[in-house]
Design a protein around this ligand. Structure first.
Ligand code: ADP
Ligand code: MG
Length: 697
């Protein structure tokens, strides 16, 4: 009698050859792997057709009848086999281009069969190519199911006769041998949520007895999958909290207070105040702070970061802030220096292009403690950068960095510094539960007063002159304009060419000296980039033509028009980021999406979403639906697999929330899952962690 651990090779009907294919193609090693290979869809097999009722506007027909009149037709490689399939109402043609030998040897004209396939009509005669065929006798004795499960298979598998049907058969064989599947979920939990037991659920997910049973089975597996995921995240977080004692920042001192009284030029928004409070609570809690600070573009994260760093300084520690690009680091540096005007804070910037002499000064001051705040790029996390006492590290635009980099910052001290990661990529709550479940989350959900929502338009090439006209008017009013070209790394040369050509056309329409244009792209040297950015920021040029190097963080409040070229080539979150470069001053701002004439339906939805919404969260939801979570965030960021087998974190939000609540409850009562009733759960969790947490240190 096989059990879950029985190697797949020893299941009746498999053998060494097929076992190898199953291992290689689907990572199915044993019976357990096999039964956890769930169908990807179900076809309704409750209905039988008579031959006379066959139509060509149905996806599938299922008929009971017999075969006759086998004929080999065509010649050589084009040879095929044809037969009649008849019942008492008529006959249709069945055609095989492959498996001809097999059909000839196995189909018995004396027997009755059930066939299932897509009918095609040609001159009034119906035919079916390669129908599924089952002996009526077997059909009657198989596990009765109204639905037919379909399994994904690969081309290679088909060569070894491992199609969807035969996968179903193998699973059937396993069950026929009285396979026992030990329950994994505690009974109380199952009763509470009215979930079927594992044995029943497994049977019904493969061979549904009714729609209701199928739904119940799917819910159970979805729940279980999300539940284990949440158990992993929550228990990981609990050990982390315990393990990592944090520096205690008792007081708010002169740096913070002087800044607040003398330097802050505006009233903080309520959201900013609330988030600062949350951060302050973390910083004095005695535990290491690991907080995600989320806020739409322009919501004012930088000031919150700066004020948090001042708290670190007040408690005798150093702080650093890391940005994903050189331009952004430079901009943070400049605005921080400006904001701190008159305060005795030593701020420096470190990046790949920092000169050796400067670097020596930084190294020395970092180690003797003279340097208070270090701003920089990735260069910050290099091993050779050593602080005297780093108390708080801030990572801006977190989505550009991975977990591994976050972990590297931790190791800057014997005791890890507090960490705040900031992101403008709005993450739907459901996703942050799985993605950043190990972080506490703060949200700045309010824009500073007086911002007008950006107005967005979508135009095609035929409106270009109108767009130029509009640009002239805005420039005449004293506004500045961004024009962005896509940069997709695989075709950098091509993109560069786009930008060049666009630039050439542009300067013909916007001639010097009346108009001045800056250009920034990825191929430029850092200092040249900086020069071009500076002259735009200083208002010396009217237009900035750029590739997506300006995607994140750049802040030029007087720029009020964002024109995005080939907008169809950008994803939604990127479009939203780019649009966020304008709307930072008090003027009405505009975003113009230029696209080609032909758009895919996806691209049309993206443009429509942008035109209709300025809400980053709403946009992120659409993005998530269009692209799926893996694409947007990548697993490297979270260390957690986002590709669930059966659950879908977008459509199964409700289940995810229940799973999270239940995971908290169980861990509350039994933190290490040592109780008897949780033994199987513990086993599952350990397996899951082994595969999931590889990248997190
Ligand atoms: P982001 O969250 O996108 O990083 P920034 O921190 O760059 O946003 O802030 C955007 C702009 O808003 C900056 O010019 C900043 O000085 C300004 N700002 C931030 N907070 C406020 C506020 N409470 N009131 C007015 N302006 C603010
Ligand atoms: Mg920012």
């Amino acid at each position: 009698m096989p059990d879950l651990r029985t190697e797949i090779e020893y299941l009746k009907g498999v053998g060494p050859k097929k076992a190898e294919i199953l291992r290689k193609e689907l990572q199915i090693n044993n019976i357990e792997d096999l039964i956890y290979y769930f169908p990807y869809k179900y076809t309704d097999r409750s209905r039988f057709y008579k031959v006379k009722d066959v139509r060509n506007d149905v996806a599938y027909v299922q008929i009971v009848g017999g075969f006759s009149d086998f004929q080999t037709k065509g010649a050589g490689r084009k040879q095929y086999l044809q037969a009649k399939f008849y019942d008492e109402t008529g006959a249709i043609d069945i055609v095989w281009f492959q498996y001809i030998q097999w059909v000839k040897q196995n189909i018995d004209v004396q027997k009755k069969y059930v066939i299932f396939g897509k009918p095609k009509e040609f001159r009034g005669q119906f035919s079916i190519v390669h129908p599924e065929i089952e002996d009526l006798q077997n059909f009657k004795t198989s596990i009765k199911s109204l639905f037919h499960s379909e399994y994904l298979t690969t081309e290679k598998m088909k060569k070894f006769f491992l199609n969807s049907r035969s996968i179903g058969k193998l699973i059937h064989t396993a069950f026929k041998n009285n396979l026992q599947i030990p329950e994994t979920l505690p009974a109380s939990l199952r009763q509470d949520l009215k979930l079927p037991n594992l044995q029943d659920a497994m049977l019904n997910i493969h061979f549904p007895q009714s729609v209701k049973n199928l739904e119940a089975a799917r819910s159970r597996f979805k729940f279980e999958e999300l539940f284990i995921n949440q158990l992993a995240i929550i228990s990981q977080k609990k050990t982390q909290d315990k393990k990592n004692a944090g520096f205690v920042f008792e007081k708010v001192g002169n740096f913070f207070m002087d800044f607040y009284k003398n330097n802050l030029k505006f009233e903080l928004t309520n959201a900013q105040k609330r988030v600062l409070k949350e951060i302050r609570a973390d910083l004095k809690s005695g535990k290491q702070c690991n907080r995600l600070l989320q806020g739409d573009v322009g919501s004012g994260k930088t000031i919150v970061a700066l004020m948090s760093m001042l708290i670190a300084l007040d408690n005798g520690f150093q702080a650093c802030i890391m940005a994903p690009t050189e331009i952004l680091a430079q901009q943070h540096f400049e605005s921080i220096v400006e904001m701190l005007d008159g305060l005795d804070v030593n701020v420096r910037i470190l990046s790949g292009s920092t000169k050796i002499k400067q670097r020596r000064i930084i190294d020395e001051e970092l180690q003797n403690g003279d340097l208070n705040i270090l701003v920089g790029t990735h260069a910050l996390i290099e091993d050779k950068v050593k602080f005297k006492n780093l108390g708080l590290a801030i990572i801006d635009e977190q989505h550009r960095f991975g977990v591994a980099q976050r972990a590297k910052l931790w190791k800057k001290n014997s005791q890890p510094p507090h960490i705040i990661v900031m992101t403008a990529t709005p993450i739907p709550r459901t996703l942050s539960m799985t993605l950043y479940g190990d972080l506490n989350v703060s949200v700045i959900d309010e824009l500073p007063m007086g911002r007008k929502p950006i107005r967005t338009f979508h135009f095609r090439e035929n409106k270009r002159n109108m767009v130029y006209e509009f640009m002239r008017k805005e420039i005449a009013k004293g506004r500045q304009i961004y024009i962005v070209y896509p940069l997709i790394s695989e075709s950098e040369a091509l993109d560069y060419q786009n930008l060049e050509e666009g630039y050439e056309t542009l300067v013909q329409h916007f001639k010097q000296p009346e108009y001045r244009v800056s250009v920034v792209h990825g191929k430029m040297k850092a200092d040249e980039k900086q020069k071009q950015m500076d002259s735009f920021a200083a208002g010396e040029t009217n237009i900035l033509v750029a590739t997506t190097v300006i995607e994140v963080g750049v802040n030029v409040p007087n720029a009020s028009v964002m024109i995005i070229e080939s907008a169809e080539r950008f994803g939604l979150s990127q479009l939203h980021q780019l649009r966020g470069r304008v709307g930072r001053g008090s003027e009405q701002s505009f975003c113009i999406l230029m696209t080609g004439n032909k758009l895919t339906s996806d691209a049309r939805l993206r443009m429509k979403t942008m035109v209709e919404s300025t809400d980053g969260f709403q946009i992120a939801e659409v993005d998530l639906r269009l692209r799926g979570p893996g694409d947007i965030f990548g697993t490297q960021q979270s260390g957690m697999p986002l590709n669930f087998k059966i659950a879908n974190i977008i459509s199964d939000v409700k289940i995810l929330e229940i799973a999270r609540r239940k995971a908290f409850e169980i861990l509350e009562n039994d933190p290490k899952l040592e109780k008897n009733e949780n033994a199987m759960l513990k086993k599952k969790l350990d397996e899951y962690m082994k595969f999931s947490w590889g990248v997190v240190s």
